[in-house]
Design a protein around this ligand. Structure first.
Ligand code: IMP
Length: 432
């Protein structure tokens, strides 16, 4: 059996957690392979509402193995809090949640530097989640990171800190004019986290490879979205994950080869949202934008920071661009029901930049910032779709809209969601 990757096709928050939660039923392992606790998945089930930042959404199925892969950055206090919250609400975690010994650890200076750096950038601020994830990936690439294997090994941890603390303190004091950190305080606090995390630590690539060799299904869940990717996203307003959250990053971030990935499923929202700064050609700063943000059963506020999401029409240029960059073999469309009450719905089919009409995304952030969307308008359906379970039961206008998006993505849709509950979905094709 090969692995299935689920990625976000826009700027994150497309509902990957919801799709993974549905697919997890048939998987043996559900794994995260990139990013850190900047990501946020909201899952609603019979136990209540959960905002997961590091633990894969498969955790709610008691027979699934969940893996946090080598490509993820772990924030130990946050991960431990998430584990405690799950356990206190009746979700078993021990013996089926495994954290890669090669994953990097988010250290206290990363969060500090993230926030100080945003201030230093002034008008050029990225609008990060402030969790420290960017600086942690910078340190990974700069070969100045701490890995889980070091965190749980007291001697190796002390040795690393003896080098890193004076180094990072110089940066904090000289560049950011901020007091440095005391080695012993950091060591004591993080050594305790290390002890508590040790039972979860494993060489997770072996776990995943063994499962694949045994014919099991492995579900790899991406974080954020393709348009926030360091390479193909709207640079510099992107996230810093290495490997990226694109489908191609999944193999690296979990420790398998690209030939072991068989299915790439892209998740798209029926409109667009973005949190943080950076260009978003279809953004609506009017009552329709407010309606998209507030009109659905789950208003559009960031799962990690609570920031209001910027909302706008579906951008088919960006969607096609990300579908191709990920080599999608299937797609899911979420939150169709949020459009139920709109009299008309627009889709951006091209950008007008200066005198040119562009059918793909420009690399220059200035060009993207001044891109004017060329819209195609669709009639609304003014019907509640939240209880629809079969495509043919959708109003004709909604069917046309969904078909149009499928054509724009040039990828078969396997699922359309019409509400936040697990069963509020129209399944078009089974991919597992
Ligand atoms: P960072 O990942 O915290 O460095 O933030 C970089 C950019 O990515 C900012 O625009 C964030 O708002 C955005 N971002 C990071 N994680 C997520 C996510 O899970 N969903 C949506 N946007 C995100």
């Amino acid at each position: 059996m090969s692995a299935i990757v689920v990625i976000g096709g826009q700027w994150g928050d497309e509902g990957k957690g919801r799709v993974v939660d549905l697919l997890a039923e048939k998987a043996h392992i559900v794994a995260r392979y990139s990013a850190g606790n900047n990501a946020g998945h909201t899952v609603i089930n019979e136990l209540g509402e959960f905002a997961l930042h590091l633990v894969p959404a498969g955790i709610f199925y008691p027979d699934k193995v969940c893996v946090i892969g080598n490509g993820v950055v772990i924030d130990p206090p946050d991960l431990l809090k998430e584990i405690e919250d799950l356990e206190s609400r009746g979700v078993s975690v021990r013996g089926r949640l495994f954290v890669s010994d090669r994953a990097h650890v988010l250290m206290p200076w990363h969060r500090l530097i993230d926030q100080l750096d945003e201030k230093l950038r002034g008008k050029g601020a990225i609008g990060t989640t402030g969790r420290g994830v960017g600086p942690a990936f910078v340190d990974k690439v700069a070969r100045a990171g701490v890995r889980v294997a070091d965190l749980i090994e007291p001697e190796s941890f002390l040795q690393l800190l003896s080098f890193l603390i004076p180094y990072k303190n110089a940066v904090l004091e000289k560049l950011y004019d901020t007091p440095g950190l005391a080695l012993e305080d950091v060591r004591a606090e993080y050594a305790e986290y290390g002890e508590r995390l040790a039972p979860f630590v494993a060489d997770t690539s072996v776990l995943v490879q063994d499962a694949l060799a045994a014919g099991e299904t492995v579900l790899l869940e991406g974080a954020q979205g393709a348009l926030l990717d360091l390479d193909i996203g709207t640079y510099e307003f992107v996230t810093s994950s290495v490997p990226s959250s694109l489908a191609a990053g999944a193999a690296i971030g979990i420790g398998i080869g690209p030939t072991q990935i068989g299915t790439v499923l892209g998740v798209y929202k029926a409109y667009n949202t973005r949190v943080g700064n950076g260009p978003m050609p279809t953004e609506l700063l009017d009552a329709t934008g407010d309606m998209l943000r507030e009109g659905g059963p789950r208003p559009e506020y960031g799962a990690t920071t609570g920031r209001p999401r910027r909302c706008g029409w579906f951008d088919a240029v960006a969607a096609r661009y990300s579908a191709r960059a990920n080599g999608l073999t299937a797609a899911a469309l979420t939150r169709l029901d949020v459009l139920d009450r709109l009299p008309a719905i627009k889709v951006c089919t091209a950008y007008r930049v200066g005198g040119r009409v562009m059918a793909t995304m420009p690399a220059s952030s200035l060009d993207l910032a001044r891109a004017e969307p060329v819209y195609q308008e669709f009639p609304g359906w003014n019907t509640d779709t939240s209880s629809v379970r079969r495509f043919e039961d959708l109003p004709a206008a909604a069917q046309s809209y969904v078909r149009y998006i499928q054509e724009a993505l040039a990828t078969p849709l396997c699922l359309v969601s019409v509400g936040p509950e697990r069963e509020q979905a129209i399944r078009l094709k089974h991919i597992i």
